[in-house]
Ligand binder design. Structure first.
Ligand SMILES: *Cc1c(COP(=O)(O)O)cnc(C)c1O
Length: 371
């Protein structure tokens, strides 16, 4: 059996280990926020935003941000049917309803026309999820948001390194949320970040993030409201500081692997890879191939072919509306049909050339069998 190729794996060097060790040994008492503050500063500078709050997860960042926007019972939040459930869960926890709309066939992100059609008097927000590093059509979504007085939120968990006409993914919306889960481009094990340019929203989320204790409150153990506990630890932030010093390298390598796949798949019939149109940089968190229906290439065929080569290739997200806790929206044709003929390709930073070639040859073989 050939050695296993994993689909993601963090890139951890001596630097991250050194910082984490220092945080564990010395990062207490007066120093218990040092790495957290440093991580937030570095992230702000990278993204070009005014405010950042490190969190225990992206889910937590989304939950607090949505709560601060006043999303609650009876409200609707529009999002793409294609996504990880983490974006929908906070909406449900707040008593609101996720409204699932279809994706575009090429970017696999929100279809803006369908977003506009889905707006009702109860719509409170639109969540733009930059799927697999591909970017949503932000100009159109902002136009719609403005027209109806609705906030546009960015879930940029998968879009570190993605740039939309000069602006980094996550820096454009009412707020942005990032994930540093072990599978993501930049990791702290578990972790996330809330970012915004809105000073009031920042102060509100800062209070929520500290169990409702306002920053200026001098009374000890005195929350002013019921908040949340989604804080990042100083030890996790220490790993994040190491990763931030290497962020250009981490982003570069993801794009390099993606570009290699793109080059190798050029000319293969019926295959689509993450798009990178003019004016856009795709952070390429997850290189993904989608085949046209005409090819007859299915998820199951792809899974079997990769299994045979001991390669861990993952399935494209199931439509959220197909899950047992939601009502099915089968009219979301792209969201329902694309996963049946798609697969995520391995892309961790330390993949070597042989491993990349092994992945490419599986895709080549599958397309040849079809011919
Ligand atoms: C990974 C991911 C999340 C969840 O991140 P956590 O840090 O695990 O909460 C949210 N949204 C998207 C699009 C993701 O890919």
């Amino acid at each position: 059996m050939k050695p296993r190729i994993h689909y993601t794996k963090p890139s951890i060097t001596e630097l991250e280990v050194r910082y984490a060790t220092d945080a564990a040994a010395n990062g207490w008492g007066d120093k218990c926020y040092d790495y957290i503050n440093r991580f937030e500063e570095a992230f702000k500078a990278h993204l070009g935003v005014k405010y950042a709050i490190a969190t225990s997860s992206c889910t937590g960042a989304l939950h607090m941000g949505m709560a601060a926007l006043g999303i609650g019972p009876g409200d609707e939040v529009i999002m793409a049917d294609t996504n990880w459930i983490a974006t929908a869960a906070p909406i449900v926890h707040l008593g609101a309803k996720p409204v699932f709309v279809d994706i575009l066939p090429d970017s696999w992100c929100l279809d803006p026309d369908l977003v506009e059609q889905a707006i009702t008097p109860r719509t409170k927000a639109i969540v733009a999820v930059h799927l697999y590093g591909n970017l949503c059509e932000m100009d159109r979504l902002f136009e719609i948001g403005e027209k109806y007085g609705i906030s546009v939120i960015e879930d940029a968990a998968e879009a570190i390194g993605s740039v939309y006409h000069g602006k980094r993914a996550g820096s454009m919306g009412k707020f942005g949320a990032f994930s540093f889960h072990g599978t993501k481009t930049l990791t702290t094990g578990e972790g996330g970040m809330f970012v915004t340019n809105d000073p009031d929203l920042y102060v509100h989320v800062l209070t929520l993030s500290n169990h409702g204790r306002a920053r200026g409150q001098i009374k000890q153990f005195w929350p002013d409201m019921v908040g949340y506990k989604y804080k990042m630890s100083n030890i996790q932030a220490a790993i994040g500081c190491g990763q931030m010093e290497r962020i250009e390298e981490l982003i570069y390598r993801k794009h390099e692997i993606f570009s290699y796949y793109r080059e190798q798949f050029k000319g293969l019939p019926g295959i689509l890879l993450n798009p990178e149109p003019d004016g856009i940089v795709n952070g390429a968190w997850m290189p993904t191939t989608v085949f046209t229906s005409e090819t007859g290439i299915t998820r199951e065929k792809l899974q079997a072919a990769f299994d045979e080569e001991n390669i861990d290739a993952r399935v494209f997200f199931w439509p959220l509306s197909s899950l047992p806790m939601f009502d099915p929206v089968q009219s979301n044709q792209n969201a329902w049909s694309i996963p049946e003929r798609a697969i995520n390709l391995p892309s961790y930073h330390e993949m070597n050339d042989d491993e990349i070639v092994r992945v490419v040859s599986v895709i080549r073989k599958v397309t040849q069998e079809m011919a």
